[in-house]
Design a protein around this ligand. Structure first.
Ligand SMILES: Cc1cc2nc3c(=O)[nH]c(=O)nc-3n(C[C@H](O)[C@H](O)[C@H](O)COP(=O)(O)O)c2cc1C
Length: 180
């Protein structure tokens, strides 16, 4: 699929054909493609937890309330970033980290790669919600330095993607400086 076509036709998919499963080879292909995402200082701090266990998928909404539809997914990929590996600053007066941004870029790669292979996916937030991070770390045994960025249910879409209105707003493009 052409990249611009893929960017425009990808949609969040929340209804899955529960009779079909994504083969592990395709899950690996999707993660491999997403691993080419950009990251600050090229640290590539990603980890991916693949969850196929139905009980875990059904219970996911108890950790993040807007993921109830994951119960019907073929799997969930929990995209995480290692905060010790990601580019960061720890000075008292200057504290920041690119972990969430790096994780989000890999997550977007997963959405697009899944779309290219004909699968449906949806980005569900984790970081920066502290309670959600804590619950995910506890449930899936993530070390403290492994910060979950996105919960991505994946599966075979139950229906074709809906078309959306044009999202490009020329008036929001400001050439050289802000203009009304
Ligand atoms: C940071 C972030 C968090 C999101 N969290 C959720 C979520 O918890 N549950 C959900 O169903 N969708 C979630 N979404 C998906 C958005 O609702 C969706 O991308 C948006 O409605 C636009 O639709 P589209 O992806 O089909 O273009 C999230 C998206 C982003 C970027």
């Amino acid at each position: 699929m052409d990249i611009i076509e893929g960017l425009k036709t990808r949609r969040s998919v929340r209804r899955f054909d529960t009779t079909k499963k994504i083969p592990r080879a395709d899950i690996e292909k999707i993660i491999a493609a997403a691993s080419y995402a950009p990251s600050a200082h090229n640290t590539q701090p990603w980890h991916f937890v693949v969850i196929e266990d139905r009980e875990q998928l059904v219970a996911l909404h108890t950790l993040q309330p807007w993921t109830a539809f994951a119960k019907d997914a073929s799997c969930v990929i929990l995209v995480c970033a290692d905060t010790e590996v990601s580019f960061h600053r720890e000075k008292e007066s200057d504290q920041w980290s690119y972990a969430d941004i790096d994780g989000t870029l890999a997550a977007y790669g997963i959405l697009l790669a899944a779309h290219d292979l004909g699968y449906g996916a949806c980005f569900c937030g984790a970081a920066p919600m502290p309670l959600v991070i804590e619950k995910l770390q506890e449930r899936f045994g993530l070390p403290a330095n492994i910060r979950p960025t996105a919960i991505i249910p994946l599966g075979v879409p139950a229906t074709p993607n809906a078309k959306v209105n044009d999202r490009y707003h020329a008036e929001r493009v400001h050439w050289e400086k802000w203009s009304d």
